[in-house]
Design a protein around this ligand. Sequence first.
Ligand code: HMG
Ligand code: MG
Length: 305
Amino acid sequence: MNLPARVRIVDVGPRDGLQNEAVQVPTDVKVELIERLADAGLPAVEATSFVSPKWVPQMADAPDVTARIRRKPGVSYPVLVPNLKGLEGALAAKAEDVAIFGAASESFSRRNINCSIDESLDRFAPVCEQALAAGLRVRGYISCVLGCPYEGEIAPEAVARVAQRLHAMGCYEVSLGDTIGTGTPAKAQRMLETVARHVPLQQLAGHYHDTYGQALANILASLELGVATFDSSVAGLGGCPYAKGATGNVATEDVLYLLEGLGIETGVDLDRVVAIGAWICETIGRPNMSRAGRAIAAKTARQAA
Ligand code: HMG
Ligand code: MG
């Protein structure tokens, strides 16, 4: 296998994870979570999203979270912006990295951001243009790349079309979201091969939700093609409020354990992430979905006894 020597992990737990919690997580806890993840060596921590608080009340404190985080040099803290209003908020809070988010499925696009795919791309163009002019970096997301909760199968060409547009707008990276976690490795590879005909592989990221337990297999399949950036959530926090039944992203701890076993460097301290996973789950009263996280924490506790 010709795998990348180094992988960049983007922890999306504070955004993708906490946007889906039933309880409102205090701003202090969110800020501490983001700072602790950066201190553990994560090169990117997705902090929050500037979306309508009527749609996602969990992210209503986005301005506060963004303004308060102690930023570590060399770490990026992307925030989601669905439109110009979101970008205005992100700029006011001095965000340096924003993410626009579209979908490969018409039905999902309408449910998630209340417009068609083409309307969303028209809406993203000025967001991208103004963000780049202000010196920000822009990441792009595509949801439903391996299946849609409303439409079922999604053609790889539909993903490629949106990816190409996001790339052409100036996104430094396009993150490919298996929103409902139905993808399997061969399908993931077919999708990636199709998208990579339009966007360089080095600018693609895998964002795999683990609903069907396929995320690590999909990551390995993506690594085999040369993909070297993956999104994950500490303790497997997360889901998506507009994809019923979608569980969290693949756990950061599980991805780190896999990559360490493959001899792939990440610069992230697995033991510290395990401790953060245990802490956030206890703090917000939620089960820890990371298998590696639970196993390592149990082993550490046995050794300390
Ligand atoms: P809309 O209702 O069509 O928007 O929503 P609108 O422009 O008609 O505005 C309606 C109201 O929202 C107005 O307020 C606006 O001011 C306000 P009112 O006059 O009624 O008081 N508004 C805003 N407020 C704050 N920030 C904003 C903003 N924009 C408008 N940016 C909109 C369209 C896009 C705003 C809405 O649909 C929305 O916020 N959607 C967000 C959905 C979301 O956050 N989903 C989860 C994130 S995506 C995800 O998780 C997938 C991902 O992880 C990848 C994967 O796994 O697939 C990324
Ligand atoms: Mg997601």
